[in-house]
Design a protein around this ligand. Structure first.
Ligand SMILES: Nc1ncnc2c1ncn2[C@@H]1O[C@H](COP(=O)(O)OP(=O)(O)O)[C@@H](O)[C@H]1O
Ligand SMILES: [Mg+2]
Length: 476
């Protein structure tokens, strides 16, 4: 039979083609692996074994395929009997193009599978590969963003064994397992944000994102987009591709709304809709997105009074007020002072690498006489400043006094405030900062920690006061 004649015999061509196909595939293959019915490795070539970190092919024999090749789908081929003709497999080096075929016995039963890694074919697939790699990069970036959005604190980070502290922790723990909104109430610096993190960490949503929005810190005009995201080209200056809002980023996880008392009324209505209907629309879009987010809200303002004034929606207030948690101010749980100081000083030591600072009984007694308008945040800042100005391990009483500034045993009005520690030799800038810090702390204290009221009394806008508080280290 001449060559052309033999090509007319289909059965024969089939056999020849199968043979040459197999040879070509095997020769150009970067690796070949054969598994049995249980997906255990029966044979593997040397090069392929070494690619996956084995000393030789012998070491692979008898192992489940996935334990040598993570992500291997040969088990699927064996159990379905279906080939996977073209696929990409991630390896520690480059991704491979792989082909996986079932092996049948004479009776047609699947007895195993064979996998080829067609490394050489990658070049011809380069446009596909580029796309694949850029998708991989995007995935890695998304994963790391998600990681950055994990909660930072758990209940163990909430220091305090006084009765009020234990009660707050008990309530917060109990609320973690439910899906209802939680309202954290309390003065600034009492640990509301810390508790929000802890509740998320102890909830079934712990492995999903924890996203926070400070309603007081974002300009009103931008808040809605920040919240609900924008549709492509929603408004002039908007991201042409559109931008996901915090609600979308928090899908499946928790959304923490700090200073919710500062949310503008129109946005309150939209938030209410999210709570009631579990859906929302990005700005400039009429596409309705279903939301699956657990809401945690915090405020240092008196929401009931805000409802009375008409600056907070009553229906939203009732909706949020299902599980209110009142976080007590530091002055009502002074028994926690020693433990708090120790924890804070230990932490400061870790971040500076210095030997730990300690407080003696007189220092603790001094701390217990202050009313702590800025609560634990203020305590932290005071200890940090005092440690900085104490030469040896023991924090001196003077350093502590200077760091506290005006001791506020009883909340007093800022107009009556005097500067207790007028240090000459200080630069005007430092002295002014010191004065501002004291005035703001005293005003906050007189306003029972209510930033809105303090801002009014100081003649500042709320967000300006916030900025100042951050700059002066009253909040972080
Ligand atoms: N019970 C606590 N134990 C330890 N640190 C605390 C505690 N409460 C608050 N803090 C710390 O005090 C600072 C202010 O807490 P934060 O949660 O931001 O307060 P808030 O949200 O009420 O203003 C943070 O550094 C936080 O880690
Ligand atoms: Mg806060």
């Amino acid at each position: 039979m001449n060559d052309v004649e033999s090509l007319k015999d289909y059965q024969r061509v089939r056999l020849l083609a199968i043979r040459s196909l197999f040879e070509i595939v095997e020769q150009s293959s970067e690796g070949t692996i054969i598994v049995d019915r249980e997906a255990r490795i029966v044979w593997m070539n040397e090069r392929y074994a070494r690619r996956f970190g084995l000393p030789n092919a012998e070491a692979a024999i008898g192992q489940p395929c996935e334990s040598v090749i993570p992500g291997s789908l040969l088990r699927e081929v064996v159990s379905s009997g279906q080939p996977i003709l073209l696929d990409m497999l991630d390896t520690p080096n480059d991704p491979l193009v792989v082909m996986r075929l079932p092996i049948h016995d004479a009776a047609g039963e699947v007895i195993g599978a064979i996998g080829f890694a067609l490394f050489d074919e990658l070049r011809s697939l380069s446009p596909l590969l580029t796309r694949y790699l850029s998708m991989q990069e995007e995935l890695a970036a998304t994963r790391s963003i998600l990681q950055a959005r994990q909660a930072k604190y758990s209940f163990a980070n909430f220091i305090g064994t006084s009765a009020p502290s234990l009660e707050v922790k008990r309530r917060a723990r109990r609320s973690a397992s439910t899906d209802s909104p939680i309202l954290l109430l309390g003065e600034t610096g009492t640990g509301k944000e810390l508790l929000a993190h802890a509740i998320h960490s102890a909830s079934p949503r712990a492995h999903k994102a924890f996203v926070s929005v400070n309603c007081a810190a974002i300009p009103e005009a931008l808040l809605e987009a920040e919240f609900f995201g924008t549709a492509p080209g929603a408004f002039t200056g908007a991201d042409p591709k559109g931008r996901p809002g915090k609600l979308q980023i928090a899908q499946g996880g928790s959304l923490f709304l700090d200073e919710i008392g500062d949310m503008p009324l129109p946005l309150q209505s939209k938030l209410l809709r999210v709570l009631q209907e579990k859906e929302f629309e990005p700005v400039g879009s009429n596409q309705v997105i279903r939301s699956d987010v657990r809401l945690l809200a915090a405020t240092s303002t008196d929401l009931a009074a805000a409802v009375q004034r008409g600056s907070f929606r009553a229906d939203l207030f009732y909706r949020l007020n299902v599980l209110p948690i009142q976080v007590p101010p530091l002055r009502e749980r002074l028994a926690d002072l020693p433990a708090l100081c120790e924890a804070i000083l230990d932490e400061l030591q870790l971040s500076t690498g210095h030997t730990p600072h300690e407080l003696d009984a007189s220092a603790l007694a001094l701390l217990a006489r202050h009313s702590w308008p800025g609560n634990i945040r203020e305590l932290r800042n005071v200890l940090e400043r005092a440690a900085l100005h104490s030469d040896d391990c023991l924090i001196s009483l003077e350093a502590l006094q200077t760091a506290i500034g005006t001791l506020q045993a009883v909340p007093e009005l800022p107009q009556q405030m005097t500067l207790a520690t007028l240090a000459t030799g200080e630069t005007l800038h430092a002295a002014r900062e010191n004065f501002e810090r004291q005035l703001i702390s005293a005003t906050l204290s007189a306003a029972a920690g209510n930033v809105g009221i303090a801002a009014q009394r100081l003649g500042l806008g709320r967000s300006t006061l916030y900025k100042k508080m951050t700059a002066l280290g009253i909040i972080s």
